[in-house]
Design a protein around this ligand. Sequence first.
Ligand code: FAD
Ligand code: FES
Ligand code: FES
Length: 435
Amino acid sequence: MIISFILNGNNVECEVDKNERLIYTLRERFSIKSVKEGCGIGECGTCTVLIDNEPHYSCLTLSSKVNGCDVKTVEFLNANGELHPLQEAFIKEGAVQCGYCTPGMLLSAYSLLLKEKKPYITKIKEAISGNLCRCTGYKQIVEAIQKVEIYGILDNIPSVEKKIQPHSSKEEILKKLSEKKGLKIIAGGTDLLVKERKEEKTHDFIELWGLDELNVVKEENGKIIVGSTITHAELNRNETINKKAKSLALACGMIGSPQIRNMGTIGGNIINASPAADSIPPLLIHDALCVIESKNTKREVALEDFVVAPYKTSINEDELLTYIKITSLEGYREGYEKVAKRASLAIARLSIAYAIKEDKDVFQDIRISIGSCTPMPFRPKDVENFLKGKKRQEALIKEAVSMVLKGIVEKSGMRPSYKYKLPVLEGLLIKILRG
Ligand SMILES: Cc1cc2nc3c(=O)[nH]c(=O)nc-3n(C[C@H](O)[C@H](O)[C@H](O)COP(=O)(O)OP(=O)(O)OC[C@H]3O[C@@H](n4cnc5c(N)ncnc54)[C@H](O)[C@@H]3O)c2cc1C
Ligand code: FES
Ligand code: FES
């Protein structure tokens, strides 16, 4: 297919193969060798590019996705022939050694600086958390980004002039799914393209990008409707979700890295149905209903019934997850705890989403969901009911927590990992219930 996009400020057009990845297009068709393949599976950041000024991994991006988009590689920074202040800062502050990670680091930093001229150190660390450096060390890199002003004036946010608006409709997708067997839906590609690469398989993809009608968060009849193609980054910053489904906003903000959050969608997270999926525990406490459509049918299934086994849902080949309907929990004390090996690019070893409504120390309503502990995330509803209407007391909390732990062992048997997980879960639940 022919794609047109803006590359480093210039309109370009090229023919790409089916399932061609952006890293290949940039390196082989445009000779941009600054975009490098380290891992090829979204874990190192050396292939980072900016799409519409947000960092993405080009190793997990199909080239067709950038049709009509603004793409920047590090060459954009010194397009006028002079080093950009950020590049000067990296050199002068000793933030470059072998240079392998540097283009990706610069782009992640540049994207942050477009949004915030003087970011806090925590924001800087967060912004580069999807880019690994194996020689310089992060201290100098963070310092270089902090000191960038010394090395020159940052340019203003460049206006993105899009020539083409990629567009398709839900009806078109459903028609294609009904007509052709074996089509594989691709949204962000962050699960699918990793799998495809590991299994050395190629799929006949049907792409969800440009499907504007699913890219929404709206409120209808007291429910929040979340479109399946909304990315984790969009949910993390969405005002309604932050106000009425805080645990979901927090969980989405802890997924992968900034690049993964800009690419991965909530629909893909649900359909992948990993026991460690971060969005599932918050969705369960919000009584999520999945809207599943095919050309001629439409059904709504509770998320807890939709995920039937680890990595398996009840979706059929001709069906599309279109929306997720969730209950608003405004006024609840809500949160998400994720225990993982590190803060970024690590899957949950244990996760808890919770929403608690209290009045004068009495539990009015309590919702807890636990992920990464049993084959599927679950809500201990017996314990929720046990606590409802009772006054918060230490003995009550201990009893409730021991009920949760006992329920888990009854469900899954005594797994080797429980030696670590159960005491951690106990500590977290006590902390949450104490408030
Ligand atoms: C480096 C890395 C780190 C990660 N870290 C985390 C993490 O911390 N937490 C976490 O939960 N996940 C993590 N993931 C997994 C992944 O990013 C998420 O599961 C993501 O939400 C998947 O969404 P996607 O849009 O990329 O799905 P895709 O890869 O496009 O699709 C995944 C599956 O869903 C199907 N699908 C997608 N959308 C629909 C739809 N609307 N209707 C029907 N079928 C659909 C596809 O056919 C495919 O089977 C990580 C992945 C990588 C590569
Ligand atoms: S090559 Fe490692 S993230 Fe893309
Ligand atoms: S400078 Fe060598 S990997 Fe970062």
